[in-house]
Design a protein around this ligand. Structure first.
Ligand SMILES: [Fe+2]
Length: 256
């Protein structure tokens, strides 16, 4: 009887322990998820940081796992793209501004006069910033454009489909390497365009000017492993993984 009591008691204790462990693991998961969410929810803070803060800040985390956007963007491409290409731009940018007055300037101010800063700052600063925007405007889920953004898209392009076609064409026809953008012009209107290399609409050297809302990287490193030379297929796949919540947030922020 004593033996049976011990067996039952130990079994109950084991179950309790197991439940306790599961609670701890769940709490850990929630904490990790919450911290990731917090990071993803405050991307605009980065725009307000000075370069001195960037220098002392670690390379920003990818807001999801490498395989999160499968099958549209494959894990291997994401890993190489983020961990090698993006990281190199970040490191080179930090080196380019080290010991200069730019360390104390906001990234938007640097871009506003990037023609004076030299090619290393222009190419690596753009490479760093553009990828941050790109990662944040990607995600998997069921998000869609807000009522305000939908209204502006319809007013500017006629319909969402027309906007999508215009944006896709800008991405497909950008010769060589570069980026396509949906951006808000200085007079608060939506516009679509593309930039070469690592330029962006915040730069004084760019023929299109405004605040980036949505972007797609059309450098071959963004798609070649999976899509090879078929950029058009990659651009079409992109629409399955647009994080509209982030685009909506950027739009609302840009209107202020
Ligand atoms: Fe890239």
């Amino acid at each position: 009887m004593n033996k049976i009591f011990h067996l039952v008691f130990n079994r109950q204790n084991n179950i309790k322990m197991r439940k306790h462990l599961i609670k701890i693991l769940n709490l850990g998961f929630v904490l990790v998820a919450t911290s990731t969410l917090t990071l993803a929810e405050k991307p605009n803070d980065k725009n307000d940081r000075t370069m001195k803060e960037f220098k002392t800040t670690e390379f920003p985390a990818l807001p999801y796992s490498y395989d999160a956007l499968e099958p549209y963007i494959d894990a291997r491409t994401m890993e190489i793209h983020y961990d090698r290409h993006h990281r190199a731009y970040f490191n080179n940018f930090v080196s380019a501004i080290k010991g200069t007055a730019l360390e104390n300037s906001s990234i938007e101010k640097i871009f506003a006069e990037v023609s004076k800063a030299g090619d290393a700052v222009r190419n690596n600063g753009g490479g760093f910033y553009n990828h941050v925007i790109f990662w944040e405007n990607l995600g998997k889920g069921t998000s869609k454009p807000s009522a305000e953004l939908t209204e502006a898209i319809n007013k500017t392009f006629g319909s969402f489909d027309k906007f999508r076609e215009t944006f896709s064409n800008a991405a497909k026809t950008r010769f060589g390497s570069g980026w396509a953008w949906l951006y808000l012009t200085p007079d608060k209107k939506l516009a679509v365009g593309s930039t070469p290399n690592q330029d962006n609409p915040l730069m004084d050297v760019s023929p299109i000017k405004g605040i980036p809302l949505l972007t797609i990287d059309v450098w071959e490193h963004a798609y070649y492993l999976k899509y090879q030379n078929k950029r058009a297929d990659y651009v079409e796949a992109f629409w399955n993984v647009v994080n509209w919540d982030e685009v909506n947030r950027r739009y609302a922020e840009a209107l202020k």
